[in-house]
Write a protein that binds this ligand. Sequence first.
Ligand SMILES: [Zn+2]
Length: 107
Amino acid sequence: MKKPVSLQVGRLGMLTLPVCTCVYTGSARKHIEARIARHLRRKKTLRWHIDYLLVHPDIEVLEVLQFTAPECEVNQSVTGTVALKGFGSSDCTAGCVSHLKVLTDSP
Ligand SMILES: [Zn+2]
């Protein structure tokens, strides 16, 4: 986040973030490259929670990393705070509170 951001994430609620660095963890069973390319596009139909964040003009994607470990395992290894409960974790069964975390030592 280059500036503080406050935005409505569909029916989930308001996401308010300071200037910070966040980590979002997601998955795709197939066509991962296409999914990543979609995430990086600014213009798209808002479908997933992360879409609402990634179309915001004050958001910059710094890095995209791919893992073979399950997304929840990767998410739970990230040390950070939850900005909005349930963000990206609607179908999570591993107990993640959110798949978007604000890094503890950010920006
Ligand atoms: Zn999870």
